[in-house]
Design a protein around this ligand. Structure first.
Ligand SMILES: NC(=O)c1ccc[n+]([C@@H]2O[C@H](COP(=O)([O-])OP(=O)(O)OC[C@H]3O[C@@H](n4cnc5c(N)ncnc54)[C@H](O)[C@@H]3O)[C@@H](O)[C@H]2O)c1
Length: 255
């Protein structure tokens, strides 16, 4: 994509020590955005930021729990202290837990709700308050999933959190549009990451059942993310874009 002008932009992205978040952070920095890169794993955060800086990007690691509201406020404050403002917030951190609804444990639900919903909700709130204060707009992107759009076996709780993010973005067009802040979600399908590739059959299985013949790469997802936080998408808000090689249009089961 060549129509992105990110000059002077400052971004926070959570859960970006590896996987999709890392690639979004890398591409943002490559396009001139000053990035605050968060991960709960201190080593991963430091290594990821160092790798981006080695490629001449501006990237500052902040290790911490993206579901902790005090830490989220600290992320926003640090962005402003280091780079003078915050113009982009990406709530990428999310966990995936599989399990049957009839067996699902309260502590598992609490854990997934805490990061996927609570953490994303409060990053959105703290970032939006800062953007409102600055008076110059901004972009917020939430990381949904195909499972937030349609049913997927053993992912009821996860899918519920991701569907909640789609509704959060839609609802916030009312309160955030007056401040020129747009908010959208992207909804990846099967994507090749360090985590998903731990399943040795992942690539073969999803290549077989995805109409485009393969799962997404992290670059496929980052391309869409950058569009949604770029000036090119200023008039798009409250939307969710599915990036799945056609899988949800057809929905074949992997089993
Ligand atoms: N990979 C996929 O196939 C896929 C598909 C659809 C949606 N998603 C969503 O995309 C996002 C990124 O997925 P991924 O597979 O790249 O991620 P991942 O599972 O590889 O995790 C990315 C990072 O998040 C960090 N993390 C975990 N808990 C955290 C916390 N509380 N605070 C801060 N960081 C934390 C981890 O240390 C890890 O480095 C998630 O929200 C996920 O639900 C992924």
């Amino acid at each position: 994509m060549t129509d992105k002008n990110f000059s002077g932009q400052v971004a926070i992205i959570t859960g970006a020590g590896q996987g999709i978040g890392f690639e979004i952070a890398r591409q943002l920095a490559f396009n001139g955005v000053s990035v605050i890169l968060n991960d709960i794993d201190q080593d991963l955060a430091a290594e990821a930021a160092a790798a981006i800086e080695k490629q001449n990007g501006i990237c500052f690691a902040m290790a911490g729990d993206a579901s902790d509201v005090d830490f989220i406020q600290h992320l926003v404050d640090e962005a402003v202290a280091k780079f003078g403002k915050l113009t982009i917030a990406i709530a990428n951190a999310g966990i995936t837990t599989f399990g049957k609804f009839l067996d699902y444990r309260p502590e598992s639900l609490q854990k997934i709700m805490n990061l996927n919903l609570y953490g994303s909700f409060f990053l959105t709130q703290k970032a939006a308050l800062q953007m409102k204060k600055q008076g110059d707009g901004g972009s917020i992107l939430l990381m949904s999933s195909v499972t937030g759009h349609q049913a997927h076996e053993n992912l009821t709780a996860y899918g519920m959190t991701k569907a909640g993010l789609n509704m959060l973005a839609k609802s916030l067009v009312i309160e955030l549009s007056p401040f020129n802040v747009n908010i959208n979600t992207i909804a990846p399908g099967a994507t090749l990451t360090e985590r998903t590739l731990m399943d040795v059959e992942y690539l073969e299985t999803w290549s077989r059942i995805t109409p485009m013949g393969k799962p997404a790469t992290v670059e496929d997802i980052a391309n869409a993310a950058l569009f949604f936080v770029s000036p090119a998408s200023r008039h798009i808000t409250g939307q969710s874009l599915v990036i799945d090689g056609g899988w949800t249009a057809m929905s074949p089961s992997p089993y």
